[in-house]
Design a protein around this ligand. Structure first.
Ligand code: ADP
Length: 764
């Protein structure tokens, strides 16, 4: 009995101890009982089914209850396994499978369960099943809640994955500014490997080259004050390439709030910046272009406009009009935009109907073109305008509006009108002119002929327009006419030229022509010219020449006789020594000498005209002849004549004629040097000829006369008076020199004297 009691009390103690342990354990302890034992020989699937069917919580401590969000173990007793270990959770099936497989014994097996609030809990279980006679009866177990640890782990995992995956660089540094962490993003961004940088000073690896959005000072102050900084900086990567970085830097503290370092999250925005820069550039460009377009539109000295709707209808809406309206018409842009059909309202009443009709037609026909009409400005001034427009069409090709530019053409219209009037005048002039005004195209075809052509030639204008002009030219003049035509296309031919023309009746008339190249829009079209019939004039000249020739011949004989008689008389009177008579005779002799010279000149001229000036060349001393001439002229004048020839120069020419030329040049030099200035004669041998120059310091010859000085009868008139003479001396001299194989020319400046030159061939 005593022993039994003792045994019983030992059991009691054991139970008590167990209960106390159960109650105080922080580990959850439980016992699941099965309503019906389960055969362990059954398949795992069947066993699991039966476990879910029969297992219930038979005993547990409070710790377990707490894990499920309850107060005491007693509350939980009786709970079916399925309520705690949901079948739906794959992990739980796995857990039970493992339990069965491992002989109903599990160590540190994880289960995922839900508490009464539906919150997830992760538990680590140690359990053992009680098997008797091939059947499972119950299971004992303990479990630990690892939910917190698990979530932390999961978070950590998640975070680490995140850190690895983000392309942003996550870099942490300690208080010494040494790098303590460097993620894959940082490796990617900067090109430095983690191993290369951990423990290094950050300023040695990725120093900030430049603060873009704030300064180093801001950065420090911001970290100090709010523990955070965000901004843009420029840094280099390992290769030295510049990176534009958007950085977020935060201060890191430990659980006690003590600063332990900073962590930076750096993002590469180089590309973004670049595209941002590009966008900004584009934006600026667009703005610039828009401004430019605006400026252009406002600078155009005309109104640029755009309008929708039919041009003559109230529904017309002006959509745009450039600022020039104000300048041109005095109406403001808003006047235009706010009044439908404004353009038509200010059209001159006389033009309104037509202007509207023209605009409408263009609109209907979708035609671009010009509409010319008058506008009345705000101040009441009338201006002429040209509205150049084109039609705006919609997607289906329907005309919906018009746009264009309208220009003030008042000035040019007036000029045009004036031109039209002057053109009409000019046309009249052409019609009435006694001269033939004509135009010829580049090929030589006659484009136009004025009416006097018919009077002068007897031909009809219409028979010759379109034909080649050479058809009118005397065959002997064809080559010359062609040459003049070709030159005439190049330069204006101001010097008239003579061409013989055949009339309709086969008569020959002499035409005197002048022409000038003719351009249209800057392009050479041909030439225009003026022609005059000078046949009569030429005939008159010929008759005059004939008369001079005849008169001089007729005069020559009596004058020669006269001269002889005076010589006889002189001889007689020299014996009587009568002073008065001798003097008169001398004078008479001089006059007769002059007369002889004049007649001689006239005869020479006639010979030249008739082509009969004969030259008898021989070798003679030019030096001697010149000396003789100089001496004889010097005897008649006080002008110092200076001639020094160092060597004796001979020429091959007509001695008498050359002397005549020298006399002529020297008398001219004397005659046209009124102040007794010196006259210098110089020889210069050049190649096979000698050049003689006669230089005077007299009145000189002005430019306009120089080219004509060798023409016959050409005299320079001073105040309408000539200095005497016939104006043929130089003409004869020139002809003489030409016929002797030389040339004659002159250099002169008005007021500074002249130099006449002539060349003569040296003997071979
Ligand atoms: P003229 O009989 O009138 O002298 P010329 O044929 O000899 O005729 O000369 C023509 C014109 O040339 C003269 O009228 C004169 O005006 C001008 N002339 C000739 N020689 C000279 C000169 N040495 N200096 C200035 N003018 C001259």
């Amino acid at each position: 009995m005593k022993k039994k009691k003792k045994v019983a009390s030992e059991t009691d103690i054991a139970i008590e101890r167990y209960k106390a342990f159960l109650a105080t354990s922080s580990e959850a302890i439980w016992r699941f009982e099965l309503d019906e034992p389960i055969l362990i020989s059954l398949s795992i699937r069947k066993q699991i089914n039966l476990i879910y069917k029969h297992a219930y919580l038979a005993e547990c401590n409070d710790a377990l209850a707490h894990m499920y969000g309850m107060k005491s173990g007693e509350e939980m007793v009786g709970t079916r396994l399925g309520d705690l270990l949901p079948r739906s959770e794959k992990a739980n099936i796995e857990y039970l499978t493992n339990f069965i497989k491992s002989d109903y014994r599990l160590v540190d097996a994880e289960s995922k369960e839900y508490d009464r609030n539906g919150e997830v809990h992760y538990f680590v279980n140690n359990l053992v099943g009680i098997v008797e006679n091939g059947k499972v009866l119950r299971a004992w177990g303990t479990q630990r809640d690892i939910t917190k640890q698990r979530t932390l782990e999961e978070q950590l995992f998640h975070h680490s994955r995140l850190l690895e995956n983000i392309s942003d660089a996550v870099i942490s540094i300690d208080l010494d500014k040494k790098i303590t962490s460097w993620n894959a993003g940082a490796e990617m961004l900067y090109g430095w490997k983690q191993d290369d940088v951990i423990g290094k000073y950050i300023s040695d690896i990725i120093p900030v080259k430049e603060f873009v959005t704030s300064s180093l000072k801001d950065y420090r102050e911001s970290l100090k004050k709010i523990g955070k900084w965000m901004g843009e900086v420029i840094q280099n990567n390992k290769d030295g390439a510049s990176l534009h970085i958007l950085g977020t830097v935060s201060v890191v503290t430990d659980d006690k709030g003590k600063t332990i370092g900073v962590v930076a999250l750096n993002r590469n925005i180089t590309e973004k910046k670049k595209s941002e820069d590009e966008r900004n550039w584009l934006l600026a460009e667009v703005q610039y272009q828009r401004k430019r377009l605006n400026d252009i539109m406002n600078d155009v000295p005309g109104i640029i406009w755009e309008a929708y709707g039919k041009p003559d209808q109230q529904s017309q809406r002006i959509n745009f009009v450039s600022g020039y309206v104000k300048k041109m018409l005095g109406y403001s842009v808003s006047d235009w935009l706010n009044t439908p059909n404004f353009w038509l309202k200010i059209v001159h009443p006389e033009d309104r109907e037509k202007a509207a009709a023209v605009a409408n037609e263009k609109f209907e026909k979708k035609q671009s073109g010009v509409n010319r009409f008058r506008w009345i400005t705000k101040k009441g001034k009338v201006i002429w305008v040209d509205a150049h427009s084109s039609v705006i069409v919609d997607g289906s090709g329907k005309a919906i509006g018009m746009r264009g530019v309208t220009m003030d053409i008042t000035q040019s219209k007036m000029a045009d009108d004036a031109l039209q009037i002057s053109e009409a005048k000019y046309r009249n002039l052409v019609q009435l002119a006694p001269d033939v005004i004509y135009s010829i195209d580049l090929e030589g075809k006659l484009i136009s002929l004025s009416p006097s052509f018919e009077v002068l030639t007897g031909w009809k204008v219409k028979d010759w327009v379109g034909k080649h002009f050479l058809g009118l030219v005397h065959p002997e003049d064809t080559e010359y006419a062609k040459e003049r035509f070709i030159s005439g296309l190049k330069v204006p031919l101001k010097e008239p030229y003579h061409i013989r023309i055949m009339t309709q009746k086969g008569r020959v008339i002499v035409g005197e022509f002048r022409s000038t190249p003719y351009f249209e829009n800057g392009k050479l079209i041909g030439l225009i010219g003026i022609g005059r019939n000078i046949t009569e004039r030429i005939e008159l000249e010929k008759r005059k020449d004939d008369f001079i020739s005849m008169a001089s011949h007729e005069l020559k004989t009596p004058v020669t006789s006269l001269k002889l008689y005076t010589q006889v008389l002189e001889k007689q009177f020299s014996k009587t020594n009568e002073k008065g008579t001798g003097h008169a005779l001398e004078k008479m002799n001089n006059q007769i000498e002059r007369l002889t010279n004049l007649i001689g000149d006239l005869l020479d001229l006639s010979r030249i005209q008739a082509g009969k000036l004969h030259i008898r060349p021989a070798v003679f001393s030019l030096t001697e002849v010149t000396q003789e001439v100089v001496e004889s002229i010097q005897a008649t004048t006080t002008h110092p004549l200076i001639f020094r020839s160092t060597e004796n120069i001979s020429v091959y020419a007509d001695k008498e004629r050359v002397a005549q030329v020298l006399i002529n040049l020297l008398t001219n030099a004397v005659k046209y040097s009124p102040d007794q200035e010196k006259i210098v004669i110089i020889f210069k041998v050049q190649e096979s000829s000698v050049i003689v120059s006669v230089r005077d310091y007299g009145q000189g010859i002005s430019k306009e006369h120089i080219s004509k000085i060798f023409d016959r009868f050409y005299q320079i008139q001073e105040n309408g008076k000539s200095a005497g003479g016939l104006g043929i001396g130089l003409h004869i001299s020139n002809e003489i020199i030409k016929r002797n194989g030389g040339e004659m020319w002159v250099q002169s400046k008005e007021g500074y004297g002249s130099t006449f030159f002539f060349s003569l061939p040296l003997p071979k």
